[in-house]
Design a protein around this ligand. Structure first.
Ligand SMILES: Cc1ncc(COP(=O)(O)O)c(C=O)c1O
Length: 429
């Protein structure tokens, strides 16, 4: 049997089960989640006013929970559901939940601090304060989708906005931002460099606000509320999560904010009955490298950080997320680009438009149900559960805005691959 470290180094798929994992009720996370939901409810009328696509939902940014077409995304026991953030309104990806939240919360804080928004004034007044926001700048570093969501939010209020894009950013994301009047700075280096450049550029400017993807509490809080949305949807479907019907969540991970926030929220909602796994590209396994091996970057294990899944091309894990996930995260697994492309094609065949990053989660149930490490996890944490009672929720994270030509290129790349999945593989725990 090969050791996990060698498997990761060799760029093969792996499942790491977190030895510090402690499924439990989480009152601290519950308080934070309630606050996040209150904040979103407070922002909703303003969001409805600024984004016509949110009028019908009263300003709620929400996605569908979709039963997966039978057999289309692998073969395993249990119920397979897809959380459809690939079609999330306004920004077309999971990043709407974080980026919009932080920009709008920042706007409220700035307007109140400057005295232009009275404490009891309706937040919808902010929609008419473009001159106030135009004198201020929002900056962010991104692989693409966070930049898109921050740029869209900032420009909707009238802020100036600068997005520092890593070399992984897809040209269409850059074009879309520039059309909105966002200044895009293209870097020839990776995500870490783009974030550092955005941080440096704003450091001495009191009128600039930096959205720090590597350590933002606000982004984390914005994402976390998605777990309450999921709980309501499961409830409406009659799926009662509990000791005999656990929830396994599979969350694509880059720097960790989006999956970390949602995993945190899931603990708040479901306590010991939800098990969250991060899923990463084989060559960008930053959470796995840090949490399993204490390696600061994927480069320390000889990985390239090159992947077709641009949203997850991140070499490090957020320190904030690492700390919050210490005993809350069930594990981390990895997946190859070829399988992600196959799932883009499988989604297309069923009317679901995914980008490669969005599909990583489909690797989760394969690992959990078919690998030796997955079996060990189930024995340790769900020994009495019938496998067919497990509820697998794969979080699909982006794709709505992918232009037809770019989507077609993914489909062509998938068509050139052998049909069979590369997963599962038997992995040493
Ligand atoms: C489509 C998509 N999925 C997943 C992620 C991962 O989110 P995070 O970087 O917060 O871990 C990203 C990040 O940009 C993304 O764009």
């Amino acid at each position: 049997m090969i050791a996990l470290r060698d498997t990761v180094r060799a760029g093969q798929s792996a499942l790491w089960v977190n030895p510090a994992y402690m499924p439990a009720n989480d009152p601290v996370a519950r308080v934070d989640l309630d606050r996040a939901c209150d904040d979103w409810a407070m922002l909703a009328p303003l969001l409805a006013r600024l984004f016509p696509e949110l009028e019908a939902s009263g300003g709620r940014i929400a996605s569908d929970l979709i039963p997966a077409p039978a057999g289309a995304f692998g073969d395993h026991a249990g119920t397979l559901l897809i959380k459809g953030d690939h079609a999330l309104p306004v920004a077309g990806s999971i990043k709407a939940r974080g980026g919009l939240f932080e920009v709008f919360m920042c706007a409220v804080t700035q307007a109140r601090a400057a005295g232009v928004l009275a404490p009891n004034a309706p937040l919808t007044d902010l929609a008419d304060m473009r001159d106030f926001f135009a004198a201020r700048t929002i900056a962010v570093g991104s692989t693409g989708n966070l930049g898109l969501s921050v740029g869209i939010a900032a420009r909707a209020l009238g802020y100036a906005c600068v997005v520092h894009m890593s070399s992984d950013a897809k040209p269409w994301k850059v074009d879309r931002l520039r059309k909105l009047g966002v200044e895009v700075v293209l870097h020839t280096a990776d995500y870490t460099t783009a974030v550092a450049a955005a941080r440096d550029a704003t450091a001495d400017d009191p009128d600039s606000y930096f959205v720090d993807d590597e350590s933002s509490e606000l982004l984390f809080r914005g994402y976390s509320a998605a777990a309450a949305e999921l709980a309501a949807q499961l409830d409406a479907m009659g799926v009662a999560i509990g000791p005999d019907r656990p929830l396994c969540l599979y969350l694509p991970c880059g720097i960790g904010g989006a999956p970390g926030g949602i995993a945190y929220g899931a603990r708040a909602m479901f306590g010991a009955h939800a098990h969250s796994f991060f899923v990463e590209p084989q060559q960008s396994a930053s959470a796995l490298c840090q949490m399993a091996f204490d390696a600061p970057s994927v480069h320390d294990l000889g990985l390239s950080n090159r992947t077709e899944a641009d949203g997850m091309a991140v070499a490090t894990l957020s320190p904030l997320v690492r700390a919050r996930m210490h005993d809350r995260l069930a594990g981390v697994c990895t997946v190859g680009d070829a399988d992600m492309l196959r799932w883009v094609a499988a989604g297309h065949a069923h009317g679901l438009q995914f980008e490669p990053s969005a599909t990583a989660g489909f690797a989760g149930p394969q690992h959990l149900m078919h690998s030796a490490a997955g079996k060990a996890f189930r024995t340790a944490h769900m020994a009495h559960v019938q496998p067919e009672n497990i509820v697998h929720v794969v979080w699909a994270t982006g794709g709505l805005f992918v232009p037809d030509a770019a989507h077609r290129a993914f489909l062509d790349a998938a068509a050139a691959l052998p049909a069979a999945l590369d997963l599962p593989q038997e992995i040493t725990p």
